[in-house]
Ligand binder design. Structure first.
Ligand code: MN
Length: 496
């Protein structure tokens, strides 16, 4: 299913490939004027990917056209860590294996110049699924005008780039793909009605955008406390109508006996073909069973610089979202992949990870369903939190650095324990599993909870079960930022 090397390239794939070629040629000729590079956030989920492709394609196709292409921040070699992205691309007739006719996507590592130089070449940026230009793209030239021309996002507004000509930050919205769709919808509709195929955006794009909405809204889930908003339903209704999926259903006599309307979506009636497609996307997304701890940490990862009560005392914080519960994660035994059970290998992998990323605090946010009790039962959606604070000074680690790491860990632990209903965090007692039917993972007390051991290793941490499973990194990151900001500044040097 995902191994689609022979997939026919659709119009969308050809378009992306042509844009890539033209952009690199212009860059080589020293002429970036007129190009808009569209980027998602560094975690590179389907929302970021689909939104950046959609912005580029729609703004390049619809009137008045600009020249735009997506830039993927995910390195080529890590694309396979998100199988749902591969499936969504293949469903939109974009082959994901090396194509003989040249590559389709421009990845960060393909840029022939330093990303910080792009703006100086006259290149503008469209930010989707985040709203501040990421540090590697920030020019050091203070005389340059802000190169960000468009923002579409559903994360908390950082208040930057306020003069961007399109600036749509809407909270809550399930998916950024819905915001991009909303923005271009009328022009897209007019292009379809014009009957001129050359003016029409490729219909596969609708499938790609729809896949983003499905993933972000739990397949357009209806009811109280869901991520689906009216904007998501409106966008999905339009996209389904113009996509290949919709054409199959509503074409010659509906196979489902139902037409999709915003009202039917709101009532929780989703066309069966759409449910089926969503199911495949979720299956792909959750198929991470054989990824190593390192791969699980990096597949959905965001990094932040946060400061204590003094702005100059900064800490590097990395938060990984992982679609696997700790009890499964830590009981896996796949020697062929170097995966062995227990807390010890988990904590060592985190140590290496923190060194590799040069971070002071590592957070792991798990999201998973408990095993079904009866056939057909989906289990309950749960989340856990792991935080590790580590002294990253060169060996030998000084006592002062260890004490500082412990102070920060204590403040973080107190902050999470006291965060209230937003997390409803309960410390994982190491001698028993969270749930009766979960496996007991041995060794937590030795690795993290024993203060003597922790001081020895220069690393402190805690593990929680999140009573409120609705809170994601969108809530956890600002919370951690507030907790860190309340820690008195270091009396010694900055950081750890
Ligand atoms: Mn998003």
């Amino acid at each position: 299913m995902t191994n689609n090397s022979t997939a026919t390239m659709g119009r969308l794939a050809t378009f992306l490939q042509d844009q890539r070629k033209a952009f690199l040629q212009d860059l080589q000729d020293g002429n970036g004027q007129g190009w808009v590079v569209a980027m998602g956030n560094e975690a590179g989920d389907l929302d970021s990917l689909a939104s950046s492709i959609a912005y580029s394609t729609l703004s390049s196709t619809l009137s008045p056209p600009t020249r735009s292409l997506p830039l993927l921040l995910t390195p080529k070699k890590y694309m396979s860590l998100r199988p749902e992205n591969i499936l969504a691309l293949n469903s939109a007739l974009i082959p994901t294996q090396q194509s003989r006719d040249g590559e389709i996507f421009l990845h960060l590592e393909d840029l022939p110049i330093d990303p910080a130089e792009l703006a100086r070449k006259g290149i503008k940026f469209a930010l989707v699924d985040h709203n501040s230009l990421l540090p590697p793209f920030q020019s050091t030239d203070p005389s340059l005008k802000d190169p960000v021309v468009a923002i579409f996002d559903h994360h908390a507004d950082d208040g930057n780039h306020i003069h961007a000509s399109s600036r749509l930050i809407q909270i809550p919205t399930g998916s950024t793909t819905s915001l991009v769709t909303t923005y271009f919808k009328d022009a897209w509709q007019r292009a379809i009605q014009s009957g001129d195929e050359r003016l029409e955006p490729p219909s596969e794009l609708a499938t790609l955008l729809l896949s983003g909405i499905l993933i972000d809204t739990g397949a357009l889930k209806a009811g109280p406390d869901v991520k689906t908003t009216k904007t998501d339903r409106d966008a999905a209704e339009f996209l389904y109508r113009i996509s290949e999926l919709g054409a199959q259903t509503t074409g010659n006599g509906s196979n489902s006996g139902m037409t999709m309307t915003v009202e039917s979506l709101q009532a929780g009636r989703i066309p069966p073909d759409l449910t089926e497609f969503a199911k495949k996307l979720f299956e792909a997304k959750n198929d991470v069973s054989e990824l190593t701890t390192h791969e699980l940490l990096l597949r959905d990862y965001k990094e932040y610089t946060m400061h204590t009560s003094s702005e100059s005392d900064t800490l590097n914080v990395g938060l990984s979202t992982v679609p696997m519960g700790l009890s499964i994660w830590l009981s896996r035994n796949i020697p062929a992949k170097g995966i062995t059970p227990g807390w010890q290998p988990f904590v060592s992998a985190l140590d290496e990870w923190m060194t590799e990323r040069n971070i002071d605090i590592a957070g792991v946010l798990t999201s998973f369903n408990t095993p079904p009790k009866v056939v057909g039962d989906k289990g309950k959606h749960k989340r856990e939190l792991v935080f590790l604070v580590r002294s990253r000074q060169q060996q030998p680690i000084t006592d002062a650095s260890i004490t500082r790491a412990e102070e920060i860990a204590d403040a973080l632990t107190a902050g999470i324990n006291g965060a209230g209903p937003i997390l409803d965090a309960q410390v994982w007692r190491p001698h028993k599993p969270f749930h009766k039917n979960e496996e007991l993972v041995q060794g937590l007390e030795d690795e993290l909870m024993d203060v003597q051991e922790a001081r020895q290793a220069g690393r402190f941490g805690c593990v929680w079960r999140q009573g409120n499973a609705a809170s994601t990194r969108k809530q956890v990151a600002p919370l951690v930022k507030d907790i860190i900001a309340s820690i008195p500044a270091s009396t010694g040097s900055s950081g750890l």
